[in-house]
Design a binder for this molecule. Structure first.
Ligand SMILES: Cc1cc2nc3c(=O)[nH]c(=O)nc-3n(C[C@H](O)[C@H](O)[C@H](O)COP(=O)(O)OP(=O)(O)OC[C@H]3O[C@@H](n4cnc5c(N)ncnc54)[C@H](O)[C@@H]3O)c2cc1C
Length: 385
């Protein structure tokens, strides 16, 4: 395989972030965009292992604004890129069982409304009458947004990769970036098994491996990999067609319809950082106990598939987006902390603006800069699952 010898931008990683960045750079007229993915296929790591949820229901202004902008791009996706993405507005329902969560969600609810996100507040009895399949005696209330929903991750990646290629970008698989060279604190080239590519700009879109890319040039990127796992059940004929994305907030437990069955996950908050992607059977038993306590019907069904993937987690559960001041030509789109699929479309556009126009202008992304960690300007997200 021949690889380009020079590029205007090299993107490391072909998940949703790399794919969206490649497409938006090419769309804005960048000529020599090269995306390098080390796996045999694009989008098979965190992006391909995610639950597919999209939601407006966040607790910080920046995350809500990212959702508002991204969702209008998802609405136009098929028209713009010719790729269907199986967008389903089934709604997200956050179940609240503790007084302190009810209080916090009231404040979040106010912020969402101020930004034009019309999440609804449901009382305990309303929640119970909407979800008769679930055991919900302890639920005090819930927030509900019927505009939240689901999308197919693989279609988003394929749509952006195909779109980028049509616009002249080179997107290659089976080609990992082994090293990055600097000249006088500026990006100079990337090394692959097939040779070097000279480039003034590198985009770190390596998901859970983002810190390793930073290490290549001595930049500390505070992103750690944390295992999260999912199981999908065999068909459940009693499941209503519009069963929503339900999150038991106190338990970090979630459910949504996946084909004729249910997809469920439960985050282990004691999971240590590592690149281990084996399913943890002990945790799975705990997860299923909690899941069956909420949906007793699960006792009667089997598991059709299970897998583990890696969240790419930052200390404040917000992404790192934009230029890295220490190294000229180095940019990050990392650390989406378990909710990056939904923000991939807008973040790829914002990074393309930052690179080509000098500054992202569709949205101010200064608060997402890498420098916030050393300046102590963290922006904690409460709604993390
Ligand atoms: C179980 C689970 C459930 C989730 N649920 C949701 C959800 O419901 N909604 C949501 O919005 N988000 C969800 N997420 C989070 C979301 O999947 C991620 O935030 C998002 O996919 C991150 O995309 P990425 O492109 O940064 O990373 P990735 O998809 O991991 O892409 C990074 C790519 O970089 C490649 N790479 C690494 N190193 C190199 C190298 N040296 N050279 C070349 N390539 C390299 C990797 O092979 C990989 O393909 C979930 C994640 C998990 C694990």
């Amino acid at each position: 395989m021949e690889i380009p010898k020079i590029a205007d931008v090299v993107i490391v990683g072909g998940g949703v972030m790399g794919a969206s960045t490649a497409y938006h750079l090419a769309l804005k007229g960048c000529k020599k965009v090269v995306l390098l993915e080390r796996d045999p296929l694009f989008g098979q790591e965190t992006t391909g292992k995610c639950a597919g949820g999209i939601r407006y229901q966040f607790a910080t202004e920046i995350n809500i604004r990212l959702s508002l902008l991204s969702f209008s791009m998802l609405d136009r996706f098929k028209e713009e890129l010719g790729q269907a993405i199986d967008l389903r507005r089934c709604g997200y329902l956050f179940l609240l069982t503790r007084e302190e969560h009810v209080k916090a969600f009231h404040a979040i609810f106010g912020l969402q409304h101020n930004l034009g996100v019309t999440t609804e507040w449901l009382k305990g009895d309303e929640v119970r009458s909407r979800l008769p399949l679930m055991r919900l005696e302890d639920v005090l209330g819930a927030t509900w947004n019927p505009q939240d929903g689901l999308v197919d991750p693989n279609s988003i990646v394929q749509g952006y990769i195909a779109g980028a290629k049509r616009l002249g970008a080179t997107c290659l698989t089976d080609l990992g970036v082994m090293n990055i060279s600097l000249k006088k604190e500026c990006i100079h080239s990337v090394k692959t098994r097939l040779g070097e590519i000279e480039t003034p700009i590198v985009v770190n879109a390596a998901g859970p491996w983002a810190a390793q890319i930073g290490t290549m040039i001595g930049v500390d990127i505070p992103v750690v990999p944390i295992r999260r796992q999912i199981a999908v059940t065999t068909p459940i004929p009693q499941l209503p067609p519009h069963f929503p994305f339900v999150i038991d907030f106190a338990k970090n437990l979630y459910f949504h319809r996946e084909g004729p069955g249910i997809l469920t996950g439960m985050s282990n908050l004691n999971e240590p950082p590592s690149f281990n992607q084996d399913v943890d059977r002990e945790w799975e038993l705990k997860h299923f106990d909690e899941a069956m306590a909420r949906i007793p019907l699960l006792e009667e069904v089997g598991i059709s598939s299970r897998w583990a993937g890696l969240y790419e987690v930052t200390p404040d559960a917000h992404p790192i987006l934009g230029r890295v001041p220490e190294v000229n030509g180095f940019y990050c789109i990392n650390g989406f902390s378990g909710h990056g699929l939904m923000h991939g479309p807008i973040c790829g556009l914002l990074l393309a603006e930052e690179i080509l126009d000098g500054k992202a202008h569709t949205l101010d992304i200064a608060s997402l800069s890498l420098t916030r960690f050393r300046e102590g300007k963290l922006i904690q997200e409460y709604n993390v699952v």
